[in-house]
Write a protein that binds this ligand. Structure first.
Ligand SMILES: C[S@@+](CC[C@H](N)C(=O)[O-])C[C@H]1O[C@@H](n2cnc3c(N)ncnc32)[C@H](O)[C@@H]1O
Length: 282
């Protein structure tokens, strides 16, 4: 059984309070924050392949909004338990489908409603049906051996990728767990080596974790696995200028960074965190 934390992470972002069927029977994603993130990905992504670093358990949910722009989907995470959750979704929708082992009917239902809402939303849908989007995601996430293309590994040691290159590499809410600025520079340099010649790095994260009073207690509320939490630095102070500076230091061009306030109630809003959205080209 995967660590409970893996399911908390999933259910924190995609919960029935935000993703539901409304009184008129319409599937809705009723959280401006989720739309901010999905629209940013949609605007930043380039047609081609994607690697999602620190993909977590929400990987497939976010891919729903950009699937039509992608030719192949790869995930990487240091949490084996998180990967088991992704494997569970993959198995459930594969042909022939296998019984879900770890995710509940409610988790599957929320995923279906998210997909339905995305399909009906002119910002993401592009005349695709929910079934088509999910089928395509599963197909594009399958490697040459018919298995889920998900790598168990540390994003600070990307040698595990061999000579694979991607058109897009996404870092979603995994950067604030960085150890320090030097590690961030190494991470960006490593990512650049695995991008195609026209490739893009796409980052969604929090700004201001370091100055917001986030300490041991708050870190406990963050549903990370102990293995990952051990490398979390509560002092790491990521802001838009530092991020842009380190992307340029790593050789990235056309660096664009913006911030958007966190709107949904929770520990992030209480600490006045902003979302940090960045994109840059090789
Ligand atoms: C806050 S969660 C974000 C999950 C997901 N990307 C999202 O946007 O909802 C951070 C994720 O990064 C992963 N992670 C943290 N440090 C990592 C590392 N060094 N290498 C690979 N994955 C890492 C964690 O296991 C976790 O799944």
């Amino acid at each position: 059984m995967p660590s409970y934390n893996s399911l908390i992470q999933l259910r924190k972002s995609f919960c029935s309070e935000w993703v539901y069927i409304n009184k008129e029977g319409k599937a809705v994603i009723d959280a401006s924050d989720l739309h901010d993130i999905m629209q940013f990905y949609r605007q930043a992504i380039k047609k081609g392949t994607v690697l999602n670093l620190g993909a977590g358990t929400t990987h497939f949910h976010y891919m729903l909004a950009i699937e039509d722009k992608l030719t192949h989907i790869t995930a990487l995470d240091l949490g084996k338990e998180h990967i088991q959750i992704l494997q569970d979704f993959f198995n459930y929708y594969q042909n022939p489908p296998k019984q879900a082992r770890f995710i509940s009917k409610k988790d599957l239902n929320i995923f279906q409603i998210t997909a339905q809402s995305v399909a009906q939303d002119s910002r993401y849908g592009q005349d695709r049906s929910r079934e088509e989007i999910i089928k395509n995601i599963i197909c594009k996430s399958t490697n040459n051996h018919g298995k889920l293309d998900c790598i168990y590994g540390d994003m600070y040691q990307l040698d595990v990728l061999g000579d694979r290159k991607f058109d897009n590499i996404i870092l979603s809410f995994s950067l604030f767990i960085s150890r320090d600025k030097n590690d961030m520079l190494k991470l960006f340099t490593g990512i650049r080596k695995h991008l195609s010649s026209e490739g893009r790095i796409i980052i969604a994260d929090f700004e201001g974790v370091g100055d917001s009073g986030f300490g041991e207690k708050e870190a406990e509320d963050f549903p990370e696995l102990p293995k990952v939490r051990n490398i979390y630095s509560a002092d790491f102070d990521l802001d838009q200028n530092i991020l842009a500076d380190y992307l340029r230091k790593a050789g990235f061009k056309e660096v664009k960074v913006k911030t958007v306030p966190v709107e949904v109630e929770g520990i992030e809003k209480e600490h006045n965190l902003n979302y940090l959205f960045a994109q840059a080209k090789v």
